[in-house]
Design a binder for this molecule. Structure first.
Ligand code: CP
Length: 307
């Protein structure tokens, strides 16, 4: 039985095979419409979500399966003090696979150790968000035709932004990927990513503060929101929240074939006037998230694929 806690749980071959399957699902959705007719997905969300929870549920429904779960800790017995370990033991009796989001780093890992069904980390605190990374990889590969030989700018809250941590861990395994890390001093990437992932693997990266300085070099710009829920005080959040605002004027500095990604939700960091720019790919990214979660469910459940 396989769980997914971080992109590092998958080899590059496995990552590529999930992306290939997702692309086939995009082209031939009917072929996969009943492959999970007898399967159930549980979504255990202890923290708010729109995309991740609903795309998991849409993914399972597209495969013919059923879904059950809860969308907040308040509406589950966690509010009465039940542990994630006990909860997953119970849910293992109701479902074949589970996606769990939790505000505490490592909670899905704890659940996986007590589980008799595959557990997927759907975001744990400021740590990891591996299925957003699968979404991001599929989006980049579909739009640029490759995952190697790219310069990617990651901009915003690189300290608490779990999507950024997971994406870096995945992309460093592809050849000649260069990172420009754009953040204010207080929101720089954590040292475990800088030291243990980038420096240790001899990856080409630079840390800058001004988005305008990085924009002309980028093939991909990955914008992120300042993670209000991870700040200890409101004052620091208010000071940081509008540090970056991508607008039409700044987009004049970018290449014609640069794409903008964002895991969403967006607050102010991308002006809505940018949405009509053909390089704005963040809503296309949402659709890729459904295909790739379908592919992941099939892979972890080891479902026999149609020819
Ligand atoms: N990208 C993402 O994780 O969005 P949600 O918080 O809406 O799931």
């Amino acid at each position: 039985m396989r769980h997914l806690m971080s992109p590092l749980d998958l080899s590059v071959e496995e990552l590529n095979s999930i992306l290939d399957l997702a692309s086939d699902i995009e082209k031939h959705p009917d072929k996969y419409a009943h492959v999970c007719d007898d399967k159930r997905l549980a979504t255990l969300f202890y923290e708010p979500s729109t995309r991740t929870r609903l795309s998991f549920e849409a993914a399972m429904m597209n495969l013919g399966g059923k879904v059950l779960g809860f969308s907040s800790a308040d509406s589950s017995s966690a509010s009465k003090g039940e542990s994630v370990a006990d909860t997953i033991r119970v849910v293992s009796c109701y479902a074949d696979i589970c996606a769990m989001r939790h505000p505490k780093e490592g909670a899905p890992l704890v659940a996986s150790m007590a589980s008799s069904i595959p557990v997927i980390n759907a975001g744990d605190g400021g740590h990891q968000h591996p299925t957003q990374t699968l979404t991001d990889l599929l989006t980049i590969r579909s739009l640029k035709g490759r995952l190697d030989n790219i310069t990617i700018g990651l901009c915003g809250d690189l300290k608490f932004g779990r999507t950024v941590h997971s994406l870096i861990e995945a992309l460093v395994r592809y050849p000649n990927v260069r990172f420009i890390l754009i953040s204010p001093e207080e929101l720089r990437i954590p040292s475990y990513i800088r030291e243990d992932v980038l420096i240790k693997n001899n990856i080409d990266f630079q840390e800058v503060e001004r988005l305008e300085d990085a924009l002309p070099d980028l093939d991909i710009l990955y914008m992120t929101r300042v993670q209000k829920e991870r700040f200890f005080n409101e004052e620091d959040y208010v000071r940081m929240k509008d540090f970056y605002i991508l607008d039409k004027q700044k987009m004049k500095l970018a290449k014609e074939d640069m794409y903008i990604l964002h895991p969403l939700p967006r607050v102010n960091e991308i002006s809505t006037e940018v949405d009509s720019d053909p390089r704005a790919a963040y809503f296309r990214q949402v659709q890729y998230g459904v295909y790739v979660r379908m592919a992941l469910i099939l892979t972890l459940l080891e479902v026999k694929l149609p020819c």
